[in-house]
Design a protein around this ligand. Sequence first.
Ligand SMILES: *Cc1c(COP(=O)(O)O)cnc(C)c1O
Length: 239
Amino acid sequence: MSAQDTSASLVQQRFNDVTARLHRAVADSKREPHSVKLLAVSKMQTPQQVAELYALGQRAFGENYLQQALEKQQALSSLDIEWHFIGPIQSNKTRDIAHRFAWVHSVDREKVAKRLSDQRPNDMPPLQLCIQVNVSGEESKSGVTAEALPALAASIAELPRVQLRGLMALPAPTSDSAAQHQPFKKLRALMAQLNEQLPSITLDTLSMGMSGDMEAAIDEGATIVRVGTALFGPRPATA
Ligand SMILES: *Cc1c(COP(=O)(O)O)cnc(C)c1O
């Protein structure tokens, strides 16, 4: 066996493992079979690794670092990939995001949402957005507070070239199952409240759950799980 065969079969095995975990979690939670989408988080991974997963049928890929993402997109422009931006957004970088991505999960302020809407080309479908919420008081500065969420959601819902789809959370990792459930439960409740309070919008997306906690997230209603390490193996430390 050549080195390439070995790596291809390892990718296949990880992909099989992750999809089996996802399907089992969906069944255990008594949810509809196709109600959870797998987003492959390819930050720090090479175009080659993305192409290998694509060859196995994966189409949605998530990136955190814009410059890296743009290079990868260029290298893979012949593939029909649905790109999701999931990293922190600097407001002077919104143009490339508005032009090159189908989804953005990490919007946490109005200024960024407005720029994305203004800069979304008219010949593309509306940019699909999630608001990142800080549900666990995590040390990370990203994410709007639960208190500020309704006003932000109401203002984003008015923007013409973006479609507000739901909420995203990135809780601090923990191996304790009860502690894993708690922020996901909270995110689900926040989306239900928004759907009641704002009749003009219908949110249907909960972007939550990663390699270590996707089962808990699916049990709490995740519709997109963002999985990196379990699909690609450990990430290289630097770009
Ligand atoms: C890196 C990252 C992930 C994937 O994390 P893994 O633990 O590798 O599965 C998911 N979401 C966001 C926002 C990330 O930055």
